[in-house]
Design a protein around this ligand. Structure first.
Ligand SMILES: NC(=O)c1ccc[n+]([C@@H]2O[C@H](COP(=O)([O-])OP(=O)(O)OC[C@H]3O[C@@H](n4cnc5c(N)ncnc54)[C@H](O)[C@@H]3O)[C@@H](O)[C@H]2O)c1
Length: 320
């Protein structure tokens, strides 16, 4: 089969591209390199066509979708810091980009797997089930703009589904692994590993008792590929692990595994996000649907996943 991956130069998209190529599929990557970088992917880009363009470019998107059997739509602006610093750009890019992809896929009768997020559950009570209610804070808290935009994008998927579009929505829960981005817009695992390897302070935002369920990228990719199967249609599926860990424990485990002398330092949220922040205390998926509909459960233990991730970060630092 021939697949288009939007956001394919990003963290999850690049792993997805590799996995599809390894299975003998043809892949085209579309990414405007807003966050993805060429350097991580030189070997991949030698194997697959790379189109440097935006999902906002309707003509490019439409021509590409027509030539492919299906679309994995991962391109997005994301991350808690982006919701604060770039809320307008985030909402407009994510919403308009997804609308462009869905309209074109409907027109050319191609299936779309849409990458959504556990953020859509907001402050609901875990475990989060796909058909459960969701709860968001006030719109003045900018952090909710990502959840709200992904919610609307899911609505577009389901709405276009009623018009005949074949689509599956996957809700990722804190994916980590090699190539997860470092820097101010990074997730917690890359931030901690990067600091630990440099023996710098590992900054825990808030009191660190908040919990997350981390999912290794290979597991997320495997489930994403299953979501493209024709028998799965018009569904929303959580992709994650039910194993919950506090951010304090995560910091301690990473410090131990990296043999780091870093201090674990707590920083108040107000200091990190001066306006509009609200923390989600616990986030845990119900994975029944993942097991029954996609017949998949995560295979990689947290220890193994962290070791692979740390190994990659070490190699990156050596090459730098
Ligand atoms: N990583 C996670 O834990 C996680 C959790 C929940 C949901 N998701 C979703 O999964 C998808 C992939 O996330 P990721 O972690 O790989 O993020 P990422 O930032 O590494 O990848 C996103 C890619 O989209 C590209 N992009 C941004 N705007 C674009 C545009 N206008 N046109 C084309 N490309 C554009 C970026 O350059 C980047 O390469 C996203 O849709 C994200 O919302 C990720």
């Amino acid at each position: 089969m021939k697949y288009l991956i939007t956001g394919g130069a990003g963290f999850i998209g690049s792993h997805l591209a590799q996995a599809l190529v390894a299975r003998g599929h043809e892949v085209t990557i579309l990414d405007n390199l807003y966050k993805g970088t060429r350097s991580y992917h030189t070997p991949l880009f030698q194997k697959v066509p790379f189109i440097e363009a935006s999902v906002l470019d309707v003509d490019v998107i439409d021509a590409l979708i027509e030539q492919h059997d299906g679309v994995f739509h991962l391109a997005a602006i994301l991350g808690v810091k982006s919701t604060m610093d770039r809320s307008v750009e985030l909402v407009e890019t994510n919403l308009d980009g997804t609308r462009n992809i869905l309209r074109s896929a409907l027109c050319h009768n191609k299936k779309v797997v849409f990458a959504s997020t556990s953020e859509v559950y907001g402050k609901a009570t875990p475990p989060f089930t796909e058909d459960g209610d969701r709860l968001y804070g006030n719109t003045s808290k900018l952090r909710w703009c990502y959840a709200v935009s992904k919610t609307l994008e899911e609505t577009l998927c389901l709405g276009y589904g009623l018009q005949g579009l074949r689509t599956t929505v996957v809700r990722y829960f804190n994916i980590y692994g090699p190539r997860a981005k470092e820097g101010p817009y990074a997730g917690v695992i890359p931030r901690f590993i990067s600091a630990a390897l440099k023996n710098e302070d590992m900054l825990v935002y808030g009191d660190g008792t908040q919990t997350r369920c981390f999912t290794y990228v290979d597991d997320a990719v495997e489930a994403t590929i299953l979501a493209m199967e024709e028998k799965v249609n018009g569904e929303i599926v959580n992709i994650g692990s039910e194993a919950e860990m506090s951010i304090n424990s995560l910091a301690a485990v990473i410090r131990h595994l990296t043999r780091s002398s870093s201090s674990i330092v707590h920083v108040p949220f107000e200091q990190v996000y001066p306006v509009g922040f609200e923390e989600i205390p616990n986030r845990r998926p119900c994975t029944k649907k993942l097991a029954t509909l996609l017949q998949f459960q995560p295979q990689i233990s947290f220890e193994k996943g962290l070791e692979e991730t740390i190994k990659w970060f070490k190699e990156e630092q050596q090459d730098a």
